[in-house]
Design a protein around this ligand. Structure first.
Ligand code: BEZ
Length: 416
C-alpha cells in the first residue's frame, strides 16, 4: 500500500501555484527566466528568497584623485563612521561597499557608474562630488532604476527639470549654497563686488544663485571671472579681479582650488583691500589648515559648521575625531547623513532592493532625523534635502582657525 501524504486544512498546491501565490507572476517569471541558471534549482525560488539575505552591494562613486580628492576621502570617512555605528547592517542584510574613483572628467564618472551598475550589479549607489558627474550619470541611473543618494554634487537640474524618482540628494543644491547669502551680503558687506568661480556647472550655478538675491537687493557685480577647474595658477584671474578695484569678492572654489585661490589672493594683495566671501566650501575645515591666516575673516554660508552647537553635531564631531584623528568637514557630515538615509530606508523597507524599488523609494522619501546640521528631511516633490543655512566667519577659536556660526539665514527648500 502506498502511503499518501496528508494535507491538513488546505488543498495541496502544485509548486507553480505555490510560487504564484507567494510571489506573484512577475517573481515567478523572473525566477524562471534567470534564477535557476547554474544553481540547478527550480523556478528561481532560492534566488528570490536569497535576495533578501544577500549582502547589499552599495556602489560608491567619489573622487579619490585630483582637485576634489580630499572631499571624496572625507565623504567616505563620514559614511564608514555611520555604517560602523549601524554594525554594517540594515534591513537584515550586511552592507558591502564597491568604490570607484569619480575623477573630474564626467565621461570617466559615467564609465565608472556603468561598471558599478552593469558589471557589479550594485543594489544602490551613493557619492558624486562634481555637478558635472551628476549630470552625466543621471540618465543611466534613471533608466536602470538604480536608487542613488547624492552626497555632495549640487547640480540644480538633478532635482529640478531632470529629477528622477530614483535620485535623492542628502547634501544641497547649488542654489541652496549661493542664494541665501546675497541679501545679507549686500546689507552688511558690500554694495558692489566681483564674482568668480571654477568654470563648470557648479561654479556658474552658485554665482547665478548668489546674483539672484544680491542684485534683487540692489547690489552690483562689477566683473565675473571663471578660471578652469583643477587650476594651479590664479595670478591672471586675480589681476583681472583687481582691475575692477572691488570692495569685496564672492567666489566659489573647493578642494585644492580653494587652497590655491585663497593663498594666492592674499599673496597678490587682492584680499588686503577686498573682503573675501563665498559658499562655505571656500574656507571649509578641509582647506582651512593650509590656508591659515590668509582665510581669516572670510564670510561664508553653508548648511553646517564644525562649531555648530547642537548635541548631534557635538557627538558627531567627537566620534569622527576619535575614529579618524582629524576634524570633521561638511563633506564628512554629508557622507554620514547619506549613509544614515540608506540604512534607515533599507531598514524600513525590510532590506527589499528588488524590482521597481517602489518600497525602497517610499521608505527613503519618508526618512527624517535630527542631523548634525539640524533637521533633515527630503522635499517630497524633488527629493532634495530641505535644510537650515548658516552664516559663518573664519575666526580664532583658541589657538586654531575655524568657521564660527554667527547667524542663521533660515530654512531653505530648493525652488525645484
Ligand atoms: C559640485 O560640483 O557640485 C561641488 C563640488 C565641490 C563642492 C561643492 C559643490
Amino acid at each position: 500500500m502506498t502511503r499518501r501524504r496528508r494535507t491538513i486544512g488546505r488543498p495541496r498546491l502544485t509548486r507553480r501555484e505555490l510560487l504564484t501565490a507567494a510571489f506573484g507572476g512577475a517573481a515567478l517569471l523572473a525566477g524562471a527566466a534567470g534564477g535557476t541558471r547554474g544553481t540547478g534549482r527550480l523556478f528561481g525560488v532560492p534566488a528570490v528568497l536569497a535576495a533578501s539575505t544577500q549582502p547589499v552591494k552599495l556602489g560608491v562613486l567619489l573622487p579619490y584623485s585630483k582637485v576634489y580628492q580630499q572631499l571624496g576621502e572625507d565623504i567616505t570617512s563620514g559614511m564608514e563612521l555611520y555604517l560602523a555605528s549601524a554594525g554594517w547592517k540594515a534591513g537584515g542584510r550586511r552592507i558591502t561597499l564597491i568604490k570607484e574613483d569619480e575623477d573630474i572628467d564626467p565621461q570617466v564618472a559615467l564609465r565608472k557608474a556603468r561598471k558599478l551598475i552593469e558589471s557589479d550589479s550594485v543594489d544602490l549607489m551613493t557619492g558624486l562630488v562634481s555637478s558635472a558627474s551628476a549630470l552625466a550619470i543621471r540618465d543611466l541611473v534613471h533608466a536602470t532604476k538604480t536608487v542613488l543618494v547624492i552626497s555632495n554634487a549640487g547640480a540644480n537640474a538633478v532635482t529640478r527639470a531632470r529629477r528622477s524618482p530614483y535620485i535623492f540628494r542628502a547634501s544641497f543644491s547649488n542654489w541652496q549654497t549661493g542664494y541665501p547669502i546675497g541679501k545679507w551680503f549686500y546689507e552688511n558687506v558690500a554694495r558692489s563686488c566681483v564674482a568668480g568661480a571654477a568654470d563648470y556647472a557648479a561654479g556658474h550655478e552658485d554665482i547665478n544663485a548668489f546674483k539672484d538675491s544680491y542684485l534683487a537687493a540692489g547690489g552690483r557685480v562689477a566683473a565675473e571671472v571663471y578660471p578652469p577647474l583643477n587650476n594651479t595658477d590664479y595670478a591672471p584671474y586675480i589681476a583681472q579681479m583687481q582691475r575692477a578695484k572691488p570692495e569685496a569678492i564672492f567666489v566659489f572654489f573647493a578642494g585644492s582650488d580653494a587652497v590655491r585661490f585663497v593663498t594666492q589672493a592674499a599673496q597678490y594683495g587682492l584680499t588686503k583691500d577686498a573682503r573675501l566671501a563665498g559658499p562655505g566650501f571656500l574656507v571649509e575645515e578641509d582647506v582651512l589648515p593650509a590656508q591659515g591666516r590668509t582665510a581669516f575673516g572670510a564670510y561664508s554660508c553653508l548648511h553646517w559648521a564644525l562649531t555648530l552647537q547642537r548635541p548631534e553635531n557635538l557627538a558627531f564631531a567627537r566620534a569622527y575625531r576619535a575614529r579618524w584623528k582629524r576634524e570633521a568637514t561638511v563633506y564628512a557630515m554629508q557622507g554620514y547623513d547619506a549613509a544614515r538615509v540608506i540604512v534607515e530606508a533599507l531598514t524600513a523597507a525590510g532590506g527589499d532592493t528588488s524590482g521597481d524599488k517602489a518600497k525602497l523609494i517610499e521608505a527613503m522619501a519618508a526618512v527624517r532625523f535630527a542631523s548634525p546640521r539640524g533637521a533633515f528631511a527630503f522635499d517630497p516633490d524633488t527629493h532634495n534635502v530641505v535644510q537650515e543655512v548658516y552664516l559663518r566667519q573664519v575666526r580664532d577659536v583658541g589657538r586654531t582657525l575655524h568657521n564660527v556660526v554667527f547667524a542663521s539665514l533660515g530654512v531653505f527648500r530648493d525652488p525645484g
